[in-house]
Design a protein around this ligand. Structure first.
Ligand SMILES: *Cc1c(COP(=O)(O)O)cnc(C)c1O
Length: 347
């Protein structure tokens, strides 16, 4: 049995999802003639209480388009130092938008009005104008930590008072909502733009959606085109997204349960120094100093368990739709029987 815990992007479309894709009505979406893409865009915008949306090939593209729409060159945005938009999108912010980034040290990737406020530049000839705040929910590098809507509301108030725009990288927003119980419909009022990944825990093979008001999305559509992201019969992919929204949101709860089981199995293992709190579907743990991360990963791989090195002496497990209870049990069994050599002194 192979248990691949490297990422929730590894989901494969189910038989039922493939059926929905195969029978989708499609057209040329660059001409605005794909009814399935339009249906997906309308469905998700309505869910979040936003005007409209744009189907994008990736979350990276959706985020980068949002940042380009919400800023001008020479301005600055504020986000946490671990934000995906900053550290995992290949330097896209300066490349696409000619904008600088002010990074904050949030608590497990979560920033607050108290952290943001002093970092807003006052208007001057020398300082870049601060124009945007970017939040991530859940926070990947925070080990799947999440904001509540109440916390978001306070940040939105600060942004509003300072004429700052607010973008949500909601790649895993449904994982956050599964825990907080907040409703999607209440999100739209707080953000100028929201991106959501369909190809992570929700199980679609490809695609993210960017939401915003009509004028912004019109501009976003143009920017998607200049980035080469205008897709033709994309309805086959959008159909998977619609299927995911209709059927897979409720299944995230099981992923969170699986993640907590993995975390408790890790705690107390001789090769584990500490395990980050598990809030959603991500488990990050620190490997004890006496053991090599690479060796641990190799040993797990030999037993069919795949995971990612996530910073120095750290490993990440992610649970998702295709990870079954049987696979979790198997992983726990392997974790319990691992025999690792100690690092030899002097290397
Ligand atoms: C996965 C992810 C994205 C988007 O990634 P793509 O691979 O470009 O779809 C954006 N933000 C966060 C926090 C993510 O985890």
């Amino acid at each position: 049995m192979i248990v691949d815990l490297r990422s929730d992007t590894l989901t494969r479309p189910s038989r039922e999802m493939l059926d929905a894709m195969m029978t989708a009505r499609v057209g040329d979406d660059v001409f605005g003639e794909d009814d399935t893409v339009k249906a997906l865009e309308q469905q998700i915008a309505t869910m979040f209480g936003m005007e409209t949306a744009l189907f994008c090939p990736s979350g990276t593209m959706a985020n980068q388009i949002a940042i380009k729409c919400l800023t001008n060159p020479m301005e600055e945005l504020i986000t946490d130092q671990t934000a995906h938009v900053y550290r995992s999108e290949s330097g896209g912010i300066p490349f696409h938008s000619a904008v600088s980034v002010r990074t904050l040290r949030g608590e497990r990737g979560k920033i607050t009005p108290a952290l943001i406020a002093p970092e807003i530049n006052v208007d001057s000839i020398t300082a870049p104008r601060t124009s945007l705040v970017v939040l991530e929910n859940t926070v990947n590098w925070g080990g799947g930590s999440y904001y509540t809507l109440a916390e978001i509301s306070e940040i939105a108030t600060l942004c509003h008072a300072n004429a700052l725009k607010l973008h949500l990288d909601g790649a895993r927003i449904f994982n956050a909502l599964t825990e907080t119980g907040d409703l999607t419909i209440n999100y739209g009022q707080f953000f100028d733009t929201i991106s959501v990944c369909l190809s992570k825990g929700l199980g679609a093979p490809v695609g993210s959606v960017l939401m915003g008001n009509g004028e912004l999305i019109k501009k976003a559509r143009k920017i998607r085109k200049v980035m080469g992201g205008g897709m033709r019969q994309a309805g086959f992919l959008a159909a998977a997204g619609i299927y995911a929204l209709d059927h897979n949101i409720g299944k995230l709860k099981a992923d969170h349960h699986h993640a907590r089981q993995l975390a408790s199995a890790l705690k107390g293992q001789y090769y584990v120094k500490s395990v980050m709190p598990v809030d959603t579907n991500i488990v990050i743990f620190e490997v004890a100093e006496n053991y090599q991360t690479a060796t641990l990963i190799r040993q797990l791989d030999r037993h069919g368990i795949k995971c990612l090195e996530f910073g120095k002496q750290r490993i990440r497990f992610v649970t998702y739709l295709d990870i079954t209870q049987e696979m979790i049990d198997e992983t726990i069994m392997v974790l319990n029987k691992l025999e690792l050599p100690e690092k030899s002194s002097g290397n």
